[in-house]
Design a protein around this ligand. Structure first.
Ligand code: AMP
Length: 399
């Protein structure tokens, strides 16, 4: 099998995650992170051949400089010869994109138009695309969208009960995110459970700093917990998830909040951090809860209760549940959260296996329920970078 290396870029407002992945063998040849871009003391950290390195950048150096440094690095490591494409993670594809797309002027224009729906993310993604197109001008550039997998949702799942005009004129609807992850882990689970080509009803739970679940019926997303923005749905590290929309008027009229203060409150000061008044990091919350910190215990309880409730509700769009898949930093590592959630769902037939639950950590996949449990629960480590590499290589090959 010939090698087919792809440079995968995930550009945030002050960071750039990168990797070079062989899309055939799934081997990662280089991985790294440029951080504090445009700020004081930016730097690039990377791992090559198992060794970690750090390169300091000058104060204020931004994405262009980081990408140019990356080009030099890739050349000096002699990794440039085998590159077949650059794959970009793009957060919002609106209704334009149901699949990954080769970046042309028209595609670039559509991503720009969608930026109003993701003002924090799409402009940063566009910076990465522009800088990489200049630096790797001979390579095809491919956009892979977080929203694309959920474009199979029906109107009954994606529309809010708002005046229809808001959807028609302003595209206000539920889009869903983490699509690349939900797609990858559901496909892996279908393979693992021998359900390929057969009907399947799977709930995937991507639990990291951001958290969302997805109802995947016969391989297609039919519902998901995030909406117009990645704020809707579950309790997350610093995000509130679902709240009473009446809260907005209350905060404005009674407590004199502005729109941007509400945005900060719900996105950055809520969730595990807001309830615990301690941390947004699940490890810290678990450790403190075990030591008897009451608000950390409460944060864990609320996180798990809300998650279990939403998982059970996805039996409706699926018409039942065959399997529940955990992934993301929390889903792949926290036996504590998985146990609390699966035990709260025992009325559906889940039977947790404590030993398997403890074994499935730190990158190990596996079923965590008893053999006779229906539904099953399992852990599947996600690999969004691999999906981006595979989609980019495929589209480049079709040129
Ligand atoms: P991610 O955004 O997917 O990188 O996930 C980050 C989250 O995973 C953070 O809240 C971490 O605290 C959590 N996490 C990572 N490892 C563990 C662990 N061993 N136990 C509990 N939570 C973990």
């Amino acid at each position: 099998m010939s090698s087919s290396h792809v440079l995968v870029l995930n550009c945030g407002s002050s960071s750039l995650k990168f990797a070079i992945i062989d899309s055939n063998s799934a081997i990662e040849h280089l991985s790294g992170l440029a951080e504090r871009l445009g700020e004081a003391s930016p730097q690039i950290k990377y791992k090559f051949n198992g060794k970690k390195h750090t390169v300091a950048l000058a104060n204020g150096d931004a994405h262009e400089v980081a990408i140019n440094q990356l080009v030099e690095l890739v050349k000096s490591l002699k990794l440039d010869q085998q590159l077949v494409a650059v794959g970009h993670r793009v957060v919002h594809g609106g209704e334009h994109f149901t699949h990954s797309a080769l970046i042309t002027d028209t595609v670039l224009e559509a991503i720009k138009q969608t930026a109003t729906l993701a003002p924090l993310h799409n402009p940063a993604n566009l910076l990465g695309i522009t800088a990489a197109s200049d630096a790797f001008s001979t390579l095809p550039q491919v956009a892979v969208f977080d929203t694309a997998f959920h474009q199979t949702m029906e109107p009954q799942a994606f529309l809010y009960a708002l005046p229809y005009e808001l959807y028609k004129k302003h595209s206000i609807r539920r889009y869903g995110f983490h699509g690349t992850s939900h797609y990858y882990v559901s496909a892996q689970a279908i393979d693992l459970l021998g359900l390929k080509g057969k009907p399947s009803k799977i709930v995937t739970a991507h639990l990291g700093n951001g958290c969302s679940i997805c109802a995947v019926k016969d391989g297609k997303s039919v519902d998901t917990s995030m909406g117009l923005t990645p704020l809707e749905g579950l309790v997350m590290g610093t995000r509130s998830g679902d709240i009473d929309p009446g809260l907005f008027a209350y905060l404005v009229n009674q407590l004199n909040y502005t729109a941007s203060q509400i945005d900060t409150l719900l996105n950055k000061e809520s969730g595990l951090l807001g309830i615990s008044e301690l941390s947004n990091d699940c490890r810290t919350i678990e450790e403190s809860a075990a030591e008897g910190h009451t608000q950390a215990q409460l944060a864990l309880d609320i996180f798990c209760f809300r998650l279990a409730k939403q998982i059970a509700s996805f039996a409706v769009p699926l018409g039942g549940i065959d399997a529940l898949v955990f992934t993301g930093g929390i889903g792949e590592n926290s036996d504590v959260i998985r146990a609390k959630v699966v035990n709260q769902l025992s009325f559906l037939g889940f039977k947790l296996n404590n030993e398997s639950n403890l074994a499935a950590r730190f990158g190990n996949e596996g079923v965590i329920t008893d053999q006779d449990s229906t539904p099953l629960a399992l852990v599947v480590p996600t690999n969004e970078e691999l999906v981006i590499a595979q989609d980019a290589a495929k589209l480049a090959e079709e040129l």
